[in-house]
Design a protein around this ligand. Structure first.
Ligand code: PEP
Ligand code: MG
Length: 339
């Protein structure tokens, strides 16, 4: 009987959350928040639509390279990106270039990646794409062609320096010229080029990186790992992996403020975005655009609807004065139960 009651309560709650699907995410004092979904696989698109995602804030393109021996062609990638854009019916889709290496592995890339003593600090993500230009150029061509079918944004993982962004822009210019010669359709203007802020180096130089990109997306999964030197996939140090560590929060705030000062959009797409317990803090730190796994979106939206932005900002200020993540968690829990 107890479990039946629990099942009914859960189903009731689920129905309530489903009713939020078409309700805009707005705080009680009418600050509009954008809630998007992260996709790892195209099959997740249906759920993203079902929960009313306003866009795909992060399409991880690694799925195209996984569980196979050969590399995906430009056409194959183009079709995959186009289908997701069409599935989102005009809403923005942010496609990230390949982010393999470290925690994300793909056999098809084996020949390009040598074993490394420190793979998280090695040839991964944009570093690999810039070394093996064919990988980057094929992806950029697929994205540029897909951009004719919707609002596609290009996102670069693991950026640390402006020179990395400039080298991608040069590669993109070359690909655009090639596609123009072939009279391929592309978006006009060309898609925006944004960067992940997911290393302390990127966060602390956000005020300079901002000059070379169109938007930021803060990746707190890696940012936490690199800031605290605690591997996100190693359970032996899981207790040290703490996104509420003041150092992580200061880096998030710094990057968000640098983006806001330069007038570019700033999104946050790490797991923190999908935790309703942290929503007040992230909004209080200035974030207005969160991207998360689809199942988390309804509960985050519910949290946004119940929040007063001015209160969240005040609590975030108090939190940023703290030096202990236990106190920070307690201040947040206290705020969440009060509201
Ligand atoms: C992140 O690092 O926070 C992020 C969103 O990227 P991924 O989890 O794919 O590394
Ligand atoms: Mg990352």
């Amino acid at each position: 009987t107890r479990f039946e009651r629990r099942r009914e309560a859960l189903a009731r709650r689920q129905r309530q959350l489903e009713r939020l699907r078409s309700v805009p995410a707005m705080t009680r004092d009418e600050v509009r928040i954008v809630l998007q979904c992260n996709l790892e696989l195209p099959t997740e698109l249906a759920l993203a639509r079902q929960v009313g995602a306003e866009g795909v804030g992060l399409l991880r393109s690694e799925f195209l390279y996984m569980n196979r021996d050969t590399l995906p062609s430009e056409d194959e990638q183009y079709v995959a990106f186009r289908d997701i854009l069409e599935g989102m019916e005009g809403r923005p889709v942010t496609v990230r270039t390949l982010d393999v290496g470290s925690d994300k592995l793909a056999y098809s890339l084996g020949e390009h990646i040598s074993p490394s003593a420190n793979p998280a600090l090695g040839l991964r993500a944009i570093r690999l794409s810039l070394k093996v230009r064919k990988l980057l150029e094929t992806q950029l061509a697929a994205m540029l062609r897909a951009s004719a079918h919707g609002k596609l944004r290009i996102l670069l993982p693991m950026i640390n320096t402006s020179s990395e962004i400039k080298r991608v822009r040069e590669a993109m210019d070359k690909v655009v010229r090639r596609l123009e010669r072939k009279r391929a359709a592309m978006a006009d203007p060309l898609p925006e080029l944004g960067i992940m802020i997911e290393t302390p180096g990127a966060a602390l130089s956000a005020d300079s990186l901002v000059k070379n990109c169109d938007y930021f997306s803060i990746g707190t999964n890696d940012l936490t790992m690199y800031t605290l030197a605690a591997d996100r996939g190693d359970e032996q140090v899981a207790h040290l992996y703490d996104p509420l560590h003041p150092a992580v929060l200061r880096l998030i705030r710094y990057a968000a403020q640098a983006g806001a000062a330069a007038g570019i959009p700033v999104n946050l797409c790490g797991e923190m975005a999908g935790d309703p317990r942290l929503t007040a803090l992230l909004l209080g730190l200035g974030l207005r655009d969160l991207s998360m796994a689809a199942p988390n979106l309804p509960r985050v939206k519910q949290r946004v609807l119940g929040l007063e932005m001015t209160d969240a900002q005040r609590r975030a200020e108090q939190i940023m004065e703290q030096s202990d993540s236990g106190v920070i968690a307690a201040l947040l829990d206290d705020f969440n139960t009060l509201e």
